[in-house]
Design a protein around this ligand. Structure first.
Ligand SMILES: [Fe+2]
Ligand SMILES: [Fe+2]
Length: 229
């Protein structure tokens, strides 16, 4: 399988106070993540994907409510943000098959969800532009971290285990695919979210969206019940 072609070097240069706050905040969180996880990339992925799946749902909720209040069209934002949240949850469901979190990490996930959900909800209410810029920068960092994870696999420090079944099914990966291919496709997802969120932040500043990396194809999740014939 050829790896999804993405531009790994995309970086939105902070322009203005809102961007600088967003970038500083993300760099601070990166410092804590690097200190806490060091090179335990599997564990890092599990814990951080539980956080990464939050902003899309917050953005979708608040845009949904805004469109109801204003009785206006959402220009495709709500579905895009819900898809992002679902995609990030599938990253979590994939990596939980690769690394099992410790009890302490599970505690961190619960605590971080309370704090981060409320924080991001508040931030989105105050400045949706800054909130989308924060996500754009988070995703820049995610692309970097998954590139480090690939190097770790290539240099033999992380075992290139078989891809979990859930990943084969979700991204339609060929039988025999390995963790390396999973990390590549996840990284391409992150690059897509990166560009979409920087694009949303740009749009809120009245600027053009810019280039958007394509989203790797994945299946649409279906409910486990059938409607009556
Ligand atoms: Fe992710
Ligand atoms: Fe992400």
């Amino acid at each position: 399988m050829t790896s999804p072609a993405i531009d790994l070097t995309v970086h939105h240069k902070p322009a203005g106070a809102s961007d600088r706050v967003a970038y500083g905040f993300v760099k601070l969180l990166r410092f804590f993540a690097d200190t806490f996880f060091a090179k335990r990339y599997g564990h890092r992925a599990v814990v951080l994907e539980t956080v990464a799946a939050v902003p899309g749902m917050v953005g979708a909720t608040l845009n949904h409510l805004k469109c109801l209040r204003r009785m206006e069209d959402d220009r495709g934002w709500i579905k895009t943000l819900m898809d992002e949240a679902e995609n990030e949850r599938m990253h979590l469901m994939t990596f939980i098959q690769v690394a099992k979190p410790t009890m302490f990490e599970r505690f961190v996930v619960v605590a971080a969800q309370w704090v981060f959900y409320l924080f991001f909800f508040g931030l989105y209410l105050v400045s949706s532009k800054t909130a989308h810029r924060v996500v754009g920068y988070f995703e820049e960092e995610a692309v970097i971290s998954y590139t480090h994870y690939l190097a770790e696999i290539d240099e033999g420090r992380s075992e290139n285990v078989a891809a979990p079944q859930i990943a084969l099914d979700y991204w339609n990966l060929p039988a025999g695919a390995t963790l390396r291919e999973v990390v590549e496709v996840v990284r391409a997802d992150e690059a897509h979210h990166r560009d979409v969120n920087h694009g949303f932040a740009n749009e809120l500043r009245g600027l053009p969206h810019g280039q958007i990396a394509p989203c790797p194809p994945h299946v649409v999740l279906e409910p486990n019940w059938k409607t009556a014939a």
